[in-house]
Design a protein around this ligand. Structure first.
Ligand code: COA
Length: 532
């Protein structure tokens, strides 16, 4: 055993300060999560209940096996936009009849459950997760379809939802639609494209055009039930496979459908799972509020991996990047964690080699971000930092083992890419509440802008207004700072959620379990040309 020792002094002032700062951020995060939970607010929740209906999360809770967790994804979607936090859609991973499933549920209390641009992004992301990990997809449907005022943003890309459903089906990944209410126009293709369809009596409304539209188009008089009720679809059109007498019955039948899917995981669950030797609660006291102050990521690794057991690879070489092997909830992982922020040539080369090794051994990779990017300056440029950074990005891009990313602190510049940022398709990416991500730090960015403006003025022979410059710098700094924060980035779906650091092991464990539903094989070759 190679159990990590800890040098964290839990009685120090630093520890207390880091912990207090992070707890403050967690409280702010709770406030934002509460907005997603509140959906459309009291009035619409009461109206929904008054109709004898269950809320989106209550439907999910009834669907899941008792006492099993639900990993909700992107709960802050639409944060910072004009739309309600959560984007009128709940998505996540949960266990139904022993099968890990990707579940989506419209929130009908938010603008009738209509899909806005962020709901669409969130739904497409959920489909991506289902596809990559071969998770059966269960849609709990009750939606006003497209959010009509924002139709220009969603109509054309929105077709991807139906495309995904049939591609999932074609890949042998089951899709189940449970219709609790409105599912009209484009929404009708959700049951239309799903493998298994359940509809609730006198509630489901599944038609291409409702009575007013039909009247306008053909002059025909009709009503909701005859056009698209559960009874009609179960008895006459055949679109519904199962007729449910109420919501609970629909959920019961959905569970029976999943029980009969014969969906098998590619890998068995690991036999032995050992908790870390160090207390995960202490994860709150490791990362300084000021991200310029470095911290040792081994302190984090020691609190998330099984038995705190970590075999470090090349510890003496490229020491700003910690690499090594561990198990997490029994699953083998290779970890890459930034130590002192900057990535130099040696770190980049070490990362590329380590990623290749993980691919040779079929071992998933976990990236723990705290980087300000690749080193700049004459010495480093001459030493080939571009070549070596490219080598690392090449390795990450063409690696075929599953990747997980956690933004612990800074994740700036191309360092975000090399550490498997969002554009590099990690299976899952989460941020801690103190994380920041941007092209560079706010001060650096504002400073660069100012230097460029000063040079431009000089080139034109114009005087430079230093007061205006200071004001501009302050404004830019503030803007970049606010755009670097995890809630902002999560709102734009650049991560799958902002998590409490203490939950990291559990969240990653659920992800690793989901990942092992699909078979995977590392890249034995197939990397781009490594520029040596
Ligand atoms: N786009 C934008 N806003 C929508 C919407 C949509 N597709 N559907 C509903 N809303 C809004 C409503 O205007 C209402 O806003 P308000 O409370 O500020 O007035 C709110 O969401 C709730 O809608 P309401 O009609 O009161 O709720 P309901 O539960 O009684 O009915 C629907 C829900 C979805 C059945 C009904 O709103 C409806 O038929 N919407 C239009 C459906 C449609 O044709 N969509 C186009 C599909 S492509």
């Amino acid at each position: 055993m190679t159990v990590l020792a800890s040098a964290l002094d839990t009685r120090s002032d630093d520890y207390a300060a880091h912990r207090a700062a992070l707890l403050g951020k967690l409280a702010a995060l709770d406030t934002e999560h509460a907005k997603a939970l509140a959906g459309g607010g009291e009035k619409y929740v009461q109206r929904h209940r008054g109709r004898g209906k269950l809320l989106a999360r209550e439907r999910i809770e009834l669907l899941l096996d008792p006492d099993t967790p639900f990993l909700e994804l992107s709960p802050l979607a639409a944060w910072g936009s004009d739309y309600t936090v959560g984007a009128s859609l709940v998505t996540g991973i949960g266990v139904v009849e022993g099968v890990e499933c990707l579940i989506t549920a419209n929130d009908p209390t938010v603008r009738g459950g209509a899909s806005n641009p962020w709901s669409l992004k969130k739904a497409l992301r959920a489909n991506e997760i289902a596809f990559a990990n071969r998770l059966p997809c269960i849609s709990l449907v009750e939606s006003g379809g497209a959010d009509l005022p924002s139709q220009k943003e969603i109509f054309i890309p929105g077709g991807g939802i139906f495309r995904d459903l049939t591609r999932l089906s074609a890949a042998g990944i089951p899709t189940v639609a449970v219709v609790f209410g409105n599912s009209t126009a484009g929404g009708a293709y959700i049951p239309g494209m799903s493998d298994h369809v359940i509809m609730v009596k006198e509630r489901a409304k599944v038609f291409l055009g409702g009575p007013p539209l039909v009247k306008m188009a053909t002059g025909e008089e009709s009503d909701d039930e005859s056009l698209g009720g559960a009874g009609m679809h179960a008895r006459t059109s055949g679109l519904a496979d199962y007729f449910a007498v109420d919501e609970q019955d629909a959920i019961r039948q959905a569970r029976r459908v999943v029980a009969r899917l014969n969906h098998r995981k590619a890998y068995r669950d690991p036999a032995a799972v050992e908790p870390p030797a160090h207390d995960p609660d202490e994860l709150l006291g490791i990362v300084p509020d000021d991200l310029k102050i470095p911290f040792d990521p081994r302190e984090v690794i020691a609190r998330i991996v099984d038995g705190s057991d970590f075999d470090e690879f090349k510890p003496l070489y490229g020491a700003s990047l910690v690499t090594g092997w561990a198990r997490l909830h029994g699953y083998p992982v290779g970890i890459l964690a930034n130590a002192r922020g900057v990535l130099f040539s040696a770190e980049s080369q070490k990362a590329a080699q380590f990623i290749q090794l993980a691919n040779q051994r079929d071992i998933p990779l976990l990236f723990l971000h705290n980087t300000t990017g690749y080193m700049v300056g004459k010495e480093y440029e001459q030493g080939g930092i571009i070549k070596h950074g490219s080598m690392m990005i090449n390795a990450v891009s063409n690696s075929r083992v599953p990747h997980l990313s956690v933004l612990m602190g800074a994740s700036y510049g191309a360092g975000h890419y090399g550490m498997c940022g969002r554009a590099y398709d990690p299976r899952f990416l989460f941020a801690w509440p103190g994380a920041k991500s941007a092209v560079m730090g706010p001060q650096q960015l504002a400073g660069v802008l100012s230097i460029v403006a000063r040079q431009s003025a000089a080139a034109k022979g114009q005087p430079y207004d230093d007061d205006a410059d200071a004001a501009l710098r302050a404004m830019v700094e503030q803007q970049i700072e606010s755009e670097s924060l995890p809630m902002f980035l999560s709102g734009r779906l650049y991560d799958d959620g902002v998590i409490d650091p203490r939950d990291t092991r559990t969240v990653l464990g659920i992800c690793l379990s989901a990942i092992h539903t699909a078979p995977y094989e590392g890249a034995r070759g197939g990397f781009g040309v490594f520029r040596m």
